[in-house]
Write a protein that binds this ligand. Structure first.
Ligand code: ZN
Length: 219
């Protein structure tokens, strides 16, 4: 089973991917994480990626596909996996289909309003030391700007700055329409109310996945 999560930044896809992993054992493959790792390692690719991400632009299809292909060949992806942030373009969607054309597929579209996304993301701070994530709106650290877990200084990630968030939303809306159309025509698209509670969203996702896994015995 290939699960595809389509939604704007801040729509809660990452949290749902973790819940899917806990119930089904499908690992989360986030192209954002794959790209960030490349940046951290300071490779030539990483530097190019860094410039694009800083400007809120998308990274080239070839580069992203190379990273995804590498990741999908790992053993833990055999029975299924969850894609978060990929595919982002029609071109990527068809490259993905060519890569693995006999896997059952389910796509979820997370719907969240733009003001809600801005609210959720603009207060986000992360700890670069241990990876903990905080939010000044609803998940403050105990001491201002300091990580509860490891005591390191918290930072606002470059792509969580308001001007970059607005650009990310604009790019998302511009590119998502053809993808929604693509998966809808394949009859594998399911809409999710991204403003519902985390628990309710997962219930909806689980109902769809259980139904589809039962109907289609093969992966
Ligand atoms: Zn920390």
């Amino acid at each position: 089973m290939r699960v595809i999560l389509l939604g704007p930044p801040g729509s809660g896809k990452g949290t749902q991917a973790d819940l899917i992993y806990q119930s089904y054992g499908f690992p989360k493959i986030s192209t954002g994480d794959l790209l960030r790792k490349e940046v951290e390692n300071g490779t030539g690719l990483g530097r190019k990626v860094n410039e694009e991400m800083k400007a809120g632009r998308l990274v080239s299809d070839d580069l992203v596909l190379e990273l995804v292909k590498q990741r999908l060949s790992a053993d833990d992806c055999r029975s299924g996996y969850v894609l978060d942030g990929f595919p982002r373009t029609l071109n990527q969607a068809s490259l993905l289909e060519n890569l693995e054309n006999n896997r059952q597929e389910t796509a979820f579209e997370f719907k969240v309003s733009e003001p809600e996304i801005l609210k959720r993301l603009s207060g986000r701070m992360v700890c670069l030391q241990c990876g903990a994530v905080y939010n000044i709106n609803n998940n403050k650290p105990q001491a201002d700007g300091v990580c509860d877990v490891c005591g390191s200084k918290l930072v606002v990630r470059e792509d969580d700055r308001p001007e970059v968030i607005r650009e990310r939303i604009r790019v998302y809306l511009e590119t998502i329409v053809p993808l929604i159309d693509y998966y809808s025509k394949k009859k594998v698209l399911f809409q999710i109310n991204g403003q519902d509670s985390t628990g309710n969203i997962f219930k909806a996702i689980k109902a769809v996945l259980d139904d589809r896994l039962a109907k289609d015995g093969e992966n």
